[in-house]
Design a protein around this ligand. Sequence first.
Ligand code: ATP
Length: 267
Amino acid sequence: MTELLEKQASPRPAARESRAEATPGEPAHLELAAVSLRYGEVRALENVSLRVPRGSIVALIGANGAGKSSSLRAITGLRKVAAGEVRLEGRVINSRDTQEPTHALVRQGVAMVPEGRHVFPYMSIKDNLLMGAYTRRDKAGIATDLERVCERFPRLKERFHQHGSSLSGGEQQMVAIGRALMAKPRLLLLDEPSLGIAPQVIRLIGRSLLEINRKDGITVVLVEQNSRMALALSSYAYVLETGRVALEGPSKELMTNEHVKRLYLGG
Ligand code: ATP
């Protein structure tokens, strides 16, 4: 799948490699340092550390209840961490003493594509996309970005004035990604983008994510139960098991790891 995706995404490998590497001394785009997160007595994350270099695609995989969504809640400030720190470009955004509100993160270049997509059913595709630009005032830039989203997902252009409710699951996912791009993010967080989507549309979404990363230089954090897709797209991945990082490494290596193959790639 990687090769297929790479061929179709008209890659620029050299640029990709250089962006994926962290410059020495430069803070990671996003970092979790020994983060623990609780829901009352439930320990959802225990001492989780992960690093997302600027310009990379990093995957977070794991089974149901492993702590993937909780990691995103820690990053987006939806839940205060019990211990440790979340840092965005070196600045603490969630710790015992700090909890940056979610809406403030949008202005700092963070956009989220939530699980379940949350497309507004009675709004047109165009208005759904424009919702993503609600913090922006640059009208000309918004119009250009709307055009770019339509070039990236031509199907949305065809259905520009239709209601969100009339779309297939895959098309809704395109709207959700397009809406996040309308915020002009530097960091894109995606929660299970492949959920409930047909395989050929998953490939299309995958290609789009590679393009978004390579052509636009947007850092991507991909939370997925579809480990095959996540490892194919990412350069580095973390495997979460019962709230802890059980394994981490370059995605290519994890693909051939026996534990990962047995538990997450169907043997
Ligand atoms: P899934 O893929 O099923 O969404 P996940 O990997 O995203 O799973 P989390 O949703 O982060 O896992 O859940 C981690 C742990 O925290 C689980 O044991 C879950 O039951 C628990 N949990 C999650 N949300 C809450 C909540 N609001 N209240 C109490 N426990 C919760």
